[in-house]
Design a protein around this ligand. Structure first.
Ligand SMILES: Cc1cc2nc3c(=O)[nH]c(=O)nc-3n(C[C@H](O)[C@H](O)[C@H](O)COP(=O)(O)OP(=O)(O)OC[C@H]3O[C@@H](n4cnc5c(N)ncnc54)[C@H](O)[C@@H]3O)c2cc1C
Length: 414
């Protein structure tokens, strides 16, 4: 039965949900105040992370904590105000990162990650977006033998349990693949399955255009309010009001602003990140792959706009003004492994990963709100997980049994 459905938020998650719903034959309106894929789904590192079966845990070892506390690192920075306002979810995040709880979370998280390529593939094909996607994996670089060996051990476990494919490169193997990296690295893990996207925002835009070609409607408008109306929902925007049988909230890091007005309190917090594009200092130098300096915590991505440098996490409030010291530190560290040239953007991009304390997204019905569905909190891997979220949520909304056990992703767990 065809229904009127409104999807709020046109990031990778909302666009993917809308794409699946329109294919089921529903009349779908996708609403965003910006063009699709212009926020968090624009500025990320653009990796469809098939290797990332373990979500990013709160570091609990003393060595990492002592390293991070002076607040000068590239991988993690914090602002006391941001830590204070998110104290409760951060404490839960810390608790969930303990060994036994984390061990239960990993297979649940992996059940989504393992489907990421299979769910992006039909969307890429339908959208004619193949020119944006590379299928030759990415490289995780190591400076020290000890960290490299530990990661290789974990990679073997991930291979055995979750089918993660990789190749270990010694220094010679690494420099054969990336001859313009500066010498001194110990080696790398080449994750061979992931796909990389040369313009992440353009991929979301292509998916959104394909959604419209299939009969979906995109409305560029600011969502102001949602309220129950008869058996469905009324959505008030600054452009027009919409009536819907069903409503999907996929507003990424802004989701709790709307949900809290509905009396739904979820422990969402953000990990912010920055990016900047660069030329190569040496005009003959180039990168063949996306690379991550795993021990420092930044990535370099050869994108359409130049070499994109993305930072690790900044624990700060969503609306706190940007601070560029973390990016500067990443820039200095990146310059030690690659000849980075001049900056190409007038100012750095800032975004916010929408996070939940048990590292898993919420995908399913909103508690106590008949006809409202949630697709939020995809943290470090929302670009990867948008399409599988769209598939599974559309199956739930159709009353079908989804391919994956969805209990671990229910909002009722909070
Ligand atoms: C530096 C960095 C690197 C990353 N790298 C990767 C990576 O390599 N791979 C990966 O899988 N993930 C990565 N991520 C995470 C990923 O980018 C996010 O998880 C994902 O983009 C979240 O998508 P979303 O659709 O939930 O949110 P968004 O993309 O932020 O979409 C939410 C949308 O809601 C709209 N909106 C909000 N409020 C309103 C309103 N009131 N009215 C109308 N519209 C509204 C916004 O305009 C926005 O378009 C990275 C993140 C960062 C910050």
């Amino acid at each position: 039965m065809s229904r009127e459905i409104v999807v709020l938020g046109a990031g990778m998650v909302g666009v993917s949900v809308a794409w699946h719903l329109v294919r089921q034959g529903h009349s779908v309106t996708l609403v965003d105040r910006r063009e699709p894929g212009r926020e968090t789904s624009f500025g990320n590192a653009g990796i469809i992370q098939r290797e990332s079966v373990r979500p990013y845990a709160f570091p609990r070892d003393l060595g990492t904590l002592l390293r991070v506390i002076p607040n000068r690192e590239v991988d993690i920075r914090y602002r006391p105000g941001g830590m204070f306002s998110a104290a409760s979810p951060l404490l839960q995040y810390w608790i969930n990162s303990g060994k036994s709880r984390y061990a239960k979370i990993v297979p649940q998280y992996a059940s989504l990650i393992m489907r990421c390529l299979d769910t992006h593939a039909p969307m890429i094909e339908a959208a004619g977006a193949d020119h944006l996607v590379r299928r030759d994996g990415w490289l995780e670089l190591y400076h020290t033998r000890k960290a490299f060996d530990e990661r290789i051990t974990e990679a073997h476990e991930n291979h055995d349990r979750y089918g993660v494919e990789f190749e270990v490169l010694d220094a010679a193997g690494l420099y054969a693949k990336e001859p313009h990296l500066k010498k001194g690295l110990e080696g790398a893990i080449h994750w061979t399955q992931p796909w990389t996207v040369a313009d992440p925002g353009a991929l979301v835009q292509a998916y959104a255009e394909n959604f419209q070609q299939q009969g979906g409607r995109f409305l560029k408008a600011e969502v102001q309010e949602v309220e129950k109306s008869g058996k469905g929902w009324k959505v008030t925007t600054d452009r027009e009001s919409l009536e819907a049988d069903q409503l999907v909230v996929a507003l990424g890091p802004w989701s709790d602003k709307l949900l809290s007005r509905q009396g739904i309190s979820l422990p969402l917090f953000v990990k912010r990140g920055y990016h900047m594009h660069y030329a190569s200092a040496d005009e003959n130098a180039h990168l063949n792959h996306w690379i991550m300096d795993a021990e420092t915590g930044f990535l370099l991505e050869p994108m359409r706009a130049g070499i994109r440098l993305t930072t690790g996490a900044e624990l700060a409030g969503l609306d706190a003004p940007p601070k560029f010291k973390q990016l500067k530190a990443a820039e200095r560290a990146a310059g030690k492994i690659y000849p980075l040239g001049e900056r190409r953007d007038p100012e750095a991009w800032k975004g916010a990963r929408p996070c939940l304390p048990d590292m898993k997204p919420i995908i399913g019905p909103a508690p106590g709100q008949d006809g409202m569905w949630l697709a939020i909190g995809h943290g470090h891997q929302g670009f990867t997980l948008g399409p599988v979220t769209g598939l599974l949520l559309s199956q739930m909304m159709a009353g079908e049994t989804p391919e994956v056990d969805m209990a671990p992703f229910s909002a009722t767990r909070f």
